[in-house]
Design a binder for this molecule. Structure first.
Ligand code: MG
Length: 265
């Protein structure tokens, strides 16, 4: 398939992914009570620009172009939250999604942080969502159909008493390359909405489970971007950009020594 990446192209994407990882470390330092989501966004944007990279989300087309470098989604917000004047409070969970382009290549990753100490059910939500991503990473291999992994992720999430966000929301993972969103669509559930595909060496995909503590249903706010759980229950989001290589999956948005929040241990 034409959008499979060479070893050299994957290395270029790794350089972009490392900046995304480092930008997440910047964001994590700021994710504490009293800090506004606009302050986190500004710190991440400054960091990305200082590396000679470009933020990917700013200007993404919608009813209004996305106005910020990061998507920051609090509590019942699933994804695509717009940074602003709201300050974080202890007990919140905050999902931060960051993408950048470096030398023409993209990378994309998200993480949900606890703010201060959080209730046990919210911690279970975070652990479960990150666990679903880790599970997918451990299963990735050439020749496997993606739906096998999606089915297992959903089973894992439901066994933990949580719900994977429904496919009808249109919220999915995706191929990554020169563009933020490339083929294939990588749904988090088994669905007829998108074609199934077979994993192959050279594929680079963003896997991004979105999990709610309550209903799997979501709705969009009047700002044209923010997606919230329909019942107001808390929601979490973890994402890595991952290359399928002959040596196994490579997490392109992991840390310099391969560390990341969802690496196999
Ligand atoms: Mg993504």
């Amino acid at each position: 398939m034409s959008n499979h990446k060479s070893t050299a192209q994957i290395a270029a994407m790794r350089a972009a992914g490392l900046i995304v990882w480092q930008a997440h470390q910047v964001a994590a330092e700021w994710a504490r009570p009293g800090i506004t989501t606009a302050e986190i966004d500004a710190a991440v944007e400054t960091y990305i620009l200082a590396q000679g990279a470009a933020p990917l989300f700013k200007g993404q087309p919608g009813r209004v172009p996305f106005p910020a470098t990061t998507c920051i989604s609090l509590n019942d917000e699933v994804v695509h939250g717009i940074p602003g004047a709201r300050a974080l409070r202890a007990g919140d969970i905050v999902s931060i999604d960051i993408g950048c382009r470096l030398n023409g290549w993209c990378a994309d990753a998200a993480q949900t942080h606890p703010v201060g100490s959080i209730p046990a059910d919210r911690q279970r939500l975070l652990t479960t969502t990150e666990g679903a991503l880790r599970l997918a990473l451990q299963m990735l291999r050439p020749g496997l159909r993606w739906s096998v992994i999606a089915r297992r992720m959903v089973q894992y999430v439901e066994e933990a008493g949580c719900a994977m966000v429904a496919a009808s929301s249109g919220l999915t993972g995706h191929g990554v390359g020169r563009e933020l969103h490339e083929a294939p669509v990588v749904p988090n559930v088994v669905t007829h909405h998108y074609p199934d595909f077979t994993l192959a060496v050279g594929m680079v995909i963003a896997i991004e489970p979105m999990v709610n503590l309550g209903t799997s249903r979501v709705r969009q706010l009047a700002d044209g971007w923010t997606i919230v759980s329909q019942d107001g229950s808390p929601s979490a989001h973890f994402e890595h950009t991952i290359a399928i290589t002959a040596e196994g999956p490579q997490v392109l948005t992991a840390g310099p020594a391969g560390q990341g929040w969802s690496m196999p241990s």
